[in-house]
Design a protein around this ligand. Structure first.
Ligand code: ADE
Length: 271
């Protein structure tokens, strides 16, 4: 999987990309990340990448020229000339089967399903917005998708781009050491993940659940499934509505609802 990142702050990326699982995935050739400095695609004396907004008001806006040039040249795109006004302006985007994603708080909100969807592409372009925003023509005539990492505003799209790279890379085949690693993740199966314990079996008087030390794999599986359901029920009931549940699951959830109606507050404690 090839990531092409376009940014005005390329120095933000190396430290994270040179760490841990992402580093190993790069070394093993499972992912490749190229970070392109948009400033390298300016032609004026001052290498200007932003300018004041037409119509006045505060802040600066990313200029279209360097962004178009950077992306077109790296992806080897030919953008068709603009069409006369009566035509649908959104039709004159470049012919590209590489998604060109603008990181912006205005985009669709990133989640595991979108990570899965994007992981199917061999190559992705990630454009990190800065300043007050980008010239609207970049949105209309260049980018093919807009993604937000949540309903809050950051100073730029660099951290969101790293978040996308991380979430996508770890679900690619062979990236995680444990081949089942990504399957049980919170969200991957539509539920929050069950709790984990490791040595020592007793820490400061707090014991790990006996069932996990029992060696009975069927029992352990059942306990984990129920814990995942319980956690989701308590923390993210909205997820339960959207997840496909087995008959057994539904029975367990019913028992939780019944228990909830008999306790004060809104949380069922772990059995
Ligand atoms: N840039 C600034 N804030 C952002 C957000 N929440 N998601 C994606 N890109 C952003």
């Amino acid at each position: 999987m090839q990531f092409e990142v376009f940014s005005l702050l390329p120095e933000v990326f190396p430290s994270y990309l040179e760490t841990s699982i992402i580093k190993r995935a790069r070394e093993r050739g499972l992912i490749n990340v190229r970070v392109h400095n948009i400033r390298d695609y300016t032609h004026d004396k001052h290498h200007m990448t932003d300018d004041t907004p037409f119509g006045g008001g505060g802040g600066m806006v990313m200029k279209p020229g360097p962004v178009f040039e950077a992306i077109e040249s790296v992806l080897e795109l030919v953008t068709p000339p603009s069409l006369p006004q009566p035509f649908d302006q959104t039709q004159d985007k470049p012919e590209s089967n590489i998604p060109i994603i603008l990181l912006t708080p205005q985009g669709r909100v990133f989640n595991q399903t979108i990570a899965q969807e994007l992981s199917q592409h061999p190559r992705l372009a990630l454009l990190c917005g800065r300043y007050e925003g980008v010239d609207e023509r970049i949105r209309e005539h260049l980018v093919t998708d807009e993604i937000s990492i949540g309903d809050y505003v950051l100073t730029g799209g660099e951290l969101p781009a790293l978040i996308l790279i991380d979430a996508i890379a770890r679900i690619l085949p062979d990236v995680l050491g444990d081949p089942t690693g990504a399957q049980d993740d919170s969200h991957a199966m539509g539920l929050l993940e069950y709790p984990h314990y490791t040595r020592p079996p007793e820490f400061r008087g707090w014991k790990a659940p006996d069932v996990l030390l029992s060696g009975d794999h069927a029992k352990i599986e059942k306990w984990r499934r129920e814990q995942a359901l319980l956690r989701t029920f308590n923390k993210r009931p909205d997820m339960l509505e959207k997840t496909e549940l087995t008959k057994e699951d539904l029975k367990f959830v019913e028992s939780l609802k019944h228990a909830l109606s008999n306790v004060e507050g809104s949380k069922v404690e772990r059995p």
